[in-house]
Design a protein around this ligand. Structure first.
Ligand code: SAH
Length: 213
C-alpha cells in the first residue's frame, strides 16, 4: 500500500492528459492528482494505473477510464456537503473522487465480492463514504432520497424512473444510456415533473445488470 514520488509524478502526467482532453474543473483535476489509483487495482496492473484507460478489477468488472470518471464528476457540479448517490461502487475509485469533492456519498454495488472488498479497502486508505450498500441500483436508495446528484457508472439500457424521482429540484442525474454503446446523458430536475435532458457523447461501460444474474 505504497504511494511513491514515482506514482505522484505519473498522476500529474495523467492530470495533464485529462486537461488536454478538455477537463477544466479544478477540483476534479485536484482529486485525480491526489488519489492513488494504483491501489484500487490488483498489484500486477500498477504500471497501467496512470494511463487513461479502463482496467479489469474483480468479478469481471472494470475500473472506469480516468477521463470518464473526470467527465462524469464534472457534470455533477458538486458543492461540498452535497448528498450524492453512486450506482456501481466497483473498485471505489469514483467514490473516492466524489469524497475528495466534499460529497456525502452513498454507493450501491450488486456484486457481493466487490461490495465486501471495497467496503474494507476504502476506509483503510482514508475514504469514508456515508454508506456503502449491497443491493440493486435500479431502485436507487429511497430511504436516503432526495439527492443533489446521482451518478451511474454502468451502462443502463434505459433510465430507471426511481433515479429521476430521487433527485432534488435542481439535482443532476449523470447516466450512460444504451446497450452496446452508451450516450452520456445529463438530466437536471427543474420541477416535480420537469427534467432538462442533455446528451454528451458516446462512451462504453460494463452493463447495469437487472435482477441477480
Ligand atoms: N465506479 C466504479 C466503476 C465500476 S464498473 C469504479 O470507479 O471502479 C460498474 C459497476 O456497476 C460494477 O462493479 C458492477 O458490478 C456494478 N453494477 C452493475 N449493475 C448494477 C446494479 N444493478 N446495481 C448496482 N451496481 C451494479
Amino acid at each position: 500500500m505504497k504511494d511513491t514520488f514515482k506514482h505522484q509524478g505519473m498522476r500529474q502526467q495523467l492530470v495533464e492528459i485529462l486537461v488536454n482532453k478538455g477537463i477544466t474543473d479544478k477540483a476534479v483535476l485536484k482529486a485525480i492528482g491526489k488519489i492513488p489509483r494504483h491501489l484500487f487495482m490488483d498489484s500486477g496492473f500498477i504500471d497501467h494505473a496512470y494511463q487513461d484507460k479502463a482496467f479489469p478489477i474483480a468479478a469481471d468488472q472494470t475500473i472506469s477510464q480516468p477521463y470518464t470518471v473526470a467527465f462524469q464528476s464534472e457534470l455533477l457540479q458538486i458543492k461540498p456537503g452535497q448528498k450524492i448517490l453512486e450506482i456501481g461502487t466497483g473498485s471505489g475509485y469514483q467514490c473516492a473522487v466524489l469524497i475528495e469533492l466534499g460529497a456525502k456519498v452513498y454507493s450501491i454495488e450488486r456484486q457481493q465480492e466487490l461490495f465486501k472488498k471495497t467496503s474494507k479497502f476504502l476506509p483503510k486508505i482514508g475514504y469514508r463514504a456515508k454508506k456503502l450498500i449491497f443491493g440493486d441500483g435500479y431502485k436507487g436508495l429511497p430511504e436516503e432520497a432526495p439527492f443533489d446528484g446521482i451518478i451511474v457508472t454502468a451502462g443502463a439500457p434505459f433510465v430507471p424512473n426511481p433515479l429521476l424521482s430521487q433527485l432534488k429540484i435542481g439535482g443532476r442525474l449523470v447516466i450512460p444510456v444504451g446497450d452496446e454503446v452508451q450516450v452520456m446523458t445529463l438530466f437536471i430536475r427543474k420541477g416535480p415533473k420537469e427534467f432538462e435532458k442533455h446528451e454528451l457523447g458516446e462512451f462504453r461501460f460494463v452493463p447495469l445488470l437487472e435482477d441477480k444474474n
